[in-house]
Design a protein around this ligand. Structure first.
Ligand code: ADE
Length: 227
């Protein structure tokens, strides 16, 4: 899978070289390229934003520079993800769907966001014919300073679903066997007793049926508590 992120802060993405993501890039399973939006400006001041038409607080990112940046990387079959708190909520299901994309482009807006004509332009029929889709996405009901952290959340959730990325692929099949798609029961490892707290007896029993039953009950209790 090919991932491109466009941002005015490329350094934000340094952690993408670490851990499983770094390894997956080394193995050629994944290609992540980060592009500096300012490299696509054409004025001496490298301007990326201006005041909003209609007035109001804050600045809006210029369509021209975003158009040039996206044009330089977009390929047939791409999904252009525009990060915004007003977008569709990111879920595990959306993460799974996005694994089918040939290229994911993350447009990381700052300030009051990107001029809406960028979304409109890449939603045109000529792009649909090239199997290019635009998706406005929010990772949750809170406002971040920009789309960088949001896109890294998405990248981590999506790429761990790609074959070969996870160290232990059984973790994935266990997740998908759970009705909600998540591991919700509490886990324990050594030592058997820590600070006078002992591991639940059933987990030491070796009785896989009883263990599965206990875990299902615990997952349900936990889910109810979090409602
Ligand atoms: N940009 C600012 N806040 C955001 C959010 N919650 N999700 C995605 N992008 C954002």
């Amino acid at each position: 899978m090919k991932i491109d992120a466009i941002t005015i802060f490329p350094d934000y993405f340094a952690p993408m070289r670490l851990s499983l993501l770094g390894k997956a890039q080394g193995q050629g399973i994944l290609e992540i390229n980060v592009h500096d939006l300012r490299a696509f400006t054409t004025d001496n001041h490298h301007t990326v934003d201006d005041t909003p038409y209609g007035g109001g607080a804050g600045m809006v990112m210029l369509p021209e520079v975003w158009g040039l940046a996206i044009d330089s990387i977009i390929e047939d079959g791409a999904t252009l993800v525009v990060l915004t708190p007003a977008g569709k909520r990111f879920t595990q299901e959306m993460a799974q769907e996005l694994t089918n994309s040939k290229q994911l482009i993350f447009a990381c807006g700052r300030y009051e966001g990107i001029d809406d004509r960028v979304r409109q332009y890449y939603s045109r029929d000529e792009f649909k014919e090239r199997n290019i889709n635009v998706l406005e996405v929010s990772i949750g009901d809170y406002v971040l300073g920009g789309g960088e952290v949001a896109s890294m959340v998405m990248i981590e959730a999506i790429t761990r679903l790609l074959p070969g990325v996870l160290g232990n692929p059984e973790s994935l099949s266990e997740e998908s066997h759970n009705s909600e798609g998540y591991l919700e029961y509490p886990n324990f490892t050594k030592p058997q007793t820590w600070r006078e707290i002992s591991v639940p007896e059933v987990l030491l029993s070796g009785n896989h049926g009883e263990i599965a039953k206990w875990r299902a009950t615990q997952a349900k209790l936990r889910a109810e508590k979090n409602l």
